[in-house]
Design a protein around this ligand. Sequence first.
Ligand code: FES
Length: 849
Amino acid sequence: MATFTVNGRVVSVEKNQKLLRYLRDELHLTSVKDGCSEGACGTCHVLIDGKATKACIPQTDKLEGKAIVTVEGLSDFEKEVYTYAFGKAGAVQCGFCIPGMVISAKALLDMNPDPTEEEVAYAIRNNICRCTGYVKIIQAILLAAEVFRIGEVPRESQEWKVGARVPRIDVREKVTGTGQYPDDVYLDGMIYASAVRSAYPRAIVKAIHTEEARALPGVVGVFTAADVPGINKVGHLVKDWDTMIAVGDTTHYLGDAIALVAAEDRETLEKAKALVQVDYEVLESVRSAEEARAENAPLVHRTGNLLAHRHIHRGNAAFAIAKSKHVLTRRFHTPYTEHAFLEPECAVAYPDGDGVMVLSSDQGTYDTQQETMRMLGLGPDQVKVRNMLVGGGFGGKEDVTVQHHAALVAYLTKRPVKVKLSRAESILIHPKRHPMDMEFALGCDENGIIQGVAAQIIADTGAYASLGGPVLERACTHAAGPYNYQNFEIDGYAYYTNNPPAGAFRGFGVTQSCFAIESLLNEMADVVGISPWEIRYRNAIRPGQELPNGQIVDESTGLVETLEAIKPYYDSAKYAGLACAMKNAGVGVGIPDTGRVRLAVQEGKVHIYAGASCIGQGLGTVLTQTVCGLLSIPPEQVVYEHANTYESPDSGTTSGSRQTLFTGEACRRACESLLNAMKEKSLTELEGREFRGTYLGKTDPLGADVPNPVSHIAYGYATQMCELNEDGTIRQIVAAHDVGRAVNPLSVEGQIEGGVVMSMGFALTEQYPLTDCRPTAKFGTLGLFRAHQVPQIKAIVVEKDGLKVGGGAIGIGEITSIPTAPAIADAYYRYDGKRRSALPLEDTPYSRK
Ligand code: FES
């Protein structure tokens, strides 16, 4: 028992527990986020006697007489200042790290009202942000310091329209911690559920003994695959993912759920899980793509170990390469990478009529609905899904992980339930970035003009299909690079193994193949005797030319402009590496891809309904700017509704950098209808009316028998440069990105900065080691960059007209992470003469021993 104050109120805490649990579960001070409960992420920072401290560390019994302050306890003026500063600087994306950042900022500014940039970066070194790259958070804290010194929050009015640097619509709720992620939801009578996971990556489940667990007081139920009322197998594209492994079936990885336990409280839940006994017959596991390909390899799935084979070709690569003046053939390897979004997976579900409502945090509410319907055997009216705030995704929240489990328990127990993954479960369970082994051959003429590229790509797709097929496909289709030549042939294979599944991850396979082709091009420049910049400038795709896939690119194509933007920085640097990239916006390759928006006039305001997840990239702000700009109304008259399946039309998954273009275009079309109506009537007179916009992006299938297939509606292009200091540390990364039209340049910069820092980790520090299919990393050992380690990041936004849809805006989310690693690798070659063909790069000041 201890007595202390929380936000000035005296509290006496009987039960000794982690401060984090007390603040969240008993006081419901949900600004204190539970990102890892391992003392590693910093989202739970609070002030204890004025010092920023992680609330997941201290036990309440040790806090006698202490003064605890959370963001809820800040003065109104402080909340105003931080909201203004974080909004103005564009420092908020998914928002999950932000209250913890605010606490660390307050601890600093209370002691040091005029800090330097370095002091701010050091003050937040224990707060991980996976979205922003810290650049704008540091700027926000410096701005907050300035406002505190002035003593007054500036009053600024801005016109909300496309192209304006306006703050995110959700800044206030994310800064002050009032916005709700699923874990912030506490419902009356809510129980907790969690899965017992497999003890072996590959084993037959012979029996599941649940009696002891069921008998434990406080246990509400223990469920197995036999309790699934619908179809046990789920999966976006390939339905191969077991909701739970049934008795008699074989496990596929250590993340497989064997039983779901539901209990009145978390402690009982953990005790009950330990009482579930499972009998296994352990089988030999498949630990790598190489093992999966071997003759007589054990089968991960009965269908065989090959998930996908893609053969992408045009022209005659072998002939073109054979005839080339210069030919290089090299092998490359890229590893598994963990998304490490700050919000672990969590869903709350509750009975709703004869079905369920799921409060989710995912990249596609309609995807979650479809899979849950299938698993429960219910119709669309019986399964509703609504997104709460989403604390980052980066591709790792496309598959269901907790949503269907929560829905199942709510459906079976008729109780509200929360299912949340621990950080260790999150690291194990959701699909990762595919490790790939790649062999590339590149042929050039004497002037460095590319004649042909041939490659083989082998991917470990882990235990389940997830999006492994499309990821492999994008790795192959983009392996040619953004250049103007016509002979390429890529063979790609994705193999099931008993490792954690691999799927979508910012860049969607292109991050990997770009590392190979761009590294090879840098070496080729040396062979030809021209600079890496020059070889790209000579080969860069220009408007009206044909990409290697045959698509004729439009006037918006701005690769050359990104190269030109980088040139002054590149030319003046001593040790500099360079790389380019292209990335599609939208699903493309003939697959129907539709954006849909419904605008409804309700109580004098325009409500935006779109079943398109805003996962921190800022879609809500993009749509609000679009509506405000086209209708000439202020943001106070616009309400952005979170994606859901019962009010919002299906606008597809937040994937493939598609939402700004597809849902943005749908929104523009809906606005045109509303604008027409406003010619006759005022908004007040239109009360109750609704206006819909739909945009279907038509593309040609891969291998379509047409001369110039349109594989994708649009491509973004980029050039990034890395410059090193004399000691081998990174001085700066300059990233020039062609975005067509920037709806919100502040947001675009934030995407670039965040994507670059994420891929600095991919290039230099991040690891996801596996021992016999078991990940051994914790959040704190993943190797994520911290604020004080980040060099200068210069984001250059290149705008160019020409795209006829989406207001000319091309998605930016993924491409920001694609060329960074090869640019860094080349910078190290220029520094020490050593070519590096595997990630993370060896022998750099960032290398981990
Ligand atoms: Fe920092 Fe998303 S805004 S983790």
